[in-house]
Design a protein around this ligand. Structure first.
Ligand code: ATP
Ligand code: MG
Length: 600
């Protein structure tokens, strides 16, 4: 019996219309979703030239009869909904009956399909929307959909496509997103004849998440009430990424990119994450289909919840519950309290003295490394007579003048609070310096200068090459930029399906977490589009490297180290903001203090 029917006009007019096929990745998304809807347990994806020349998706789903196969390429023909009511209870990924005809109209399209148990199947060949051939064909059951020469008949759209590696990157990202929510389905991906990736079928979501977000500790989250069930796995704020590409969200198993959900996640992490940093993980929301509108956007990747506020609260509840209990939070609270306790204790007992050994117990190795890194001898503090007189104007207004006149070296270092902020005295008042932002700025300028001047000499060979697991998309980027990365002091080779073997790194990164450096750099490079050169994006790349080679929050800085840092800040071209644009220092002036204490 025919399963596919044409939708009535009144229903067609209610479906969010718009462009479905933008690039190879959108074709792959539609074909995989059809295979999932067809109950497949095995999906193979074959690509040539990043999908520009060929995309073939083969599944072992329920396949189609000859009549259904012919209907499937008709506009607005679907087996998934029948009438308007169905639009409010969608349980399948597809529902519009638009994907196959849209794809077939802009490619050389072939479908070979057969139902289980039938002796033979059907082959249909369509060229630019015109059916050229329909014949009986051998079929083992399931479907094989082939899309060749996408946009061959629409040259302007063809021109809009990027080079094969870039398109491949987008296709791989789509495959990751689709595969993540269906752990029982196995996926394999072939690109230009090579089997480049495989996700074996697994029993649990947790195992599939580990396949797709490798090398990351994730913590489970959960929430359940009558109308919403939420599960997920999220990473620590210290294990952040510079893009949202490793944060996957699903509503009723449908991959979505939903601003509302993303905003709530980011709000929960709040100040634990620096600006421009994102957590990793996956969140799966299940809600009765009648309370979720998926018919919002032609790409079906946005949803509107009925009872949005409650949904937001549930997500918040689940994430905050996990964060409150998380090991890094306990450490963070304890550390901050201890550091603040120390600070106040010292203030009570002896006030601040420059000779105070505030930083007892600090590893001298890090002091040495900070100095060695900059080839710098520690400076002795300047006497207060040398401090240039600074008027009572606001700090901001005087910024330029201060920084250009050895401002930081002239400060009296009082101590460190919260293992992050350096507290200093100037003639103007109290100066607070964010040690990470400050060091990042110094390193940024240094790395950029060495790259531009071609003096990037200190690549450090690792005695034992380190293997770092990356996502399939990151591996694709690694392959593309291997040569350029050499200029920055990185030497590595792709190792297996989802790892790189790092042979050398720039010397100043030798103590860093390579897995994080690599994924952050590849995130950055991934965003470059078609440009193969690093030069245009040097600031971003150098900022990422600077971030990883800089002292972090939670590092106790000695007075000597602080002074070294100050001298280097004075030598910087622009020490007042970090490479990401955040301020490095701020001032609580005597004026402000006098107002606070009602002295004026
Ligand atoms: N791989 C497949 N196996 C079995 N049937 C398929 C397969 N691909 C498509 N079909 C059938 O063809 C129909 C049309 O597919 P198409 O992707 O165009 O529309 P849809 O999935 O119903 O909705 P949407 O446009 O939202 O994707 C489907 O409803 C389904 O019945
Ligand atoms: Mg479909």
């Amino acid at each position: 019996m025919a399963r596919i029917r044409t939708l009535p006009d009144v229903l067609v007019s209610k479906i969010a219309a718009g462009e479905i096929v933008e690039r190879p990745a959108s074709v792959v998304k539609e074909l995989i979703e059809n295979s999932i809807d067809a109950g497949a347990t095995r999906i193979s994806i074959y690509l040539e030239s990043g999908g520009k020349k060929l995309i073939r998706v083969v599944d072992n789903g329920h396949g189609m009869s000859r009549d259904d196969a012919l209907m499937s390429i008709e506009q607005h023909a679907t087996s998934k909904i029948r009438d308007i009511d169905d639009l409010f209870s969608i349980k399948t990924l597809g529902f519009r009956g638009e994907a196959l005809p849209s794809i077939a109209s802009v490619s050389r399209f072939r479908i070979v399909t057969g139902t289980e148990g039938s002796k033979s199947g059907t082959e249909i060949y369509v060229e630019g929307g015109v059916v050229r051939k329909v014949k009986e064909a051998a079929s083992p059951g399931g479907s094989s959909v082939e899309v060749k020469n996408l946009f061959f008949n629409t040259p302007p759209r063809l021109k809009f496509l990027k080079k094969p590696e870039t398109e491949l990157g987008r296709v791989l990202e789509v495959i990751q997103r689709e595969a993540l929510s269906v752990p029982k389905i196995s996926f394999e991906v072939f690109s230009d004849g090579n089997n480049i990736h495989r996700y074996g079928a697994t029993e649990s979501l947790e195992q599939r998440v580990a396949q797709i977000i490798p090398g990351t500790s994730l913590y489970s989250i959960g929430f359940e009430d009558e109308t919403l069930m939420l599960r997920g796995y999220l990473g620590s704020p210290t294990d952040h990424r510079s893009s949202m590409r490793r944060l996957f969200t699903y509503v009723n198993s449908r991959p979505v990119r939903d601003r509302f959900i993303n905003r709530i996640i980011m709000e929960c992490y709040g100040r634990m994450l620096d600006k421009g940093k994102y957590p990793q993980g996956a969140i799966f929301i299940e809600r009765p289909p009648s309370l979720v509108d998926v018919n919002v956007h032609p790409t079906k990747s946005e949803v509107i919840f009925e009872g949005q506020y409650e949904v937001g609260q549930s997500i918040r509840h689940a994430i905050e519950g996990m964060l409150a209990d998380a090991p890094w939070m306990k450490n963070h609270k304890e550390r901050t309290q201890r550091a603040l306790g120390d600070f106040y204790e010292r203030q009570k007992n002896s006030g601040f003295s420059q000779e105070d050994d505030y930083s007892k117990g600090i590893t001298s190795a890090k002091t040495a490394s900070l100095q060695a890194q900059h080839g710098f001898e520690s400076t002795s503090p300047r006497s207060s007579q040398n401090i240039s007189s600074v008027s009572e104007k606001s700090f901001q207004a005087k910024e330029k003048e201060m920084f250009s006149s050895g401002f930081y070296s002239s400060l009296r270092f009082l101590g460190q609070i919260g293992k992050l902020y350096l507290v200093c005295e100037s003639t103007d008042g109290i100066i607070l310096i964010d040690q990470h932002a400050a060091h990042e700025r110094v390193n940024f300028e240094r790395i950029k200068k060495s790259y531009i001047e071609g003096t990037f000499s200190y690549s450090q060979e690792l005695l034992i090459p380190e293997v770092v697991e990356l996502t399939v998309r990151e591996i694709n980027t690694a392959r593309q930029f291997a040569e350029e990365m050499k200029k920055l002091g990185f030497d590595f080779e792709v190792f297996g399906e989802n790892a790189v073997r790092i042979k050398s790194v720039p010397g100043f990164l030798r103590d860093s977490n390579y897995a994080r450096v690599f994924s952050d750099l590849f995130d950055e490079l991934d965003g470059l589009g078609d440009s193969k050169s690093l030069d245009e994006h040097l600031d971003n790349i150098c900022a990422t490297m600077a971030c990883h080679s800089s002292i972090t929050a939670n590092y106790t800085l000695s007075e000597q180290e602080a002074r070294t840092l100050f001298a280097y800040m004075d030598a910087s071209e622009n020490p007042h903001s970090c490479p990401h644009g955040r301020p490095v220092a701020t001032c609580i002036s005597y004026n402000m203090l006098e107002k606070m204490f009602k002295r004026t």
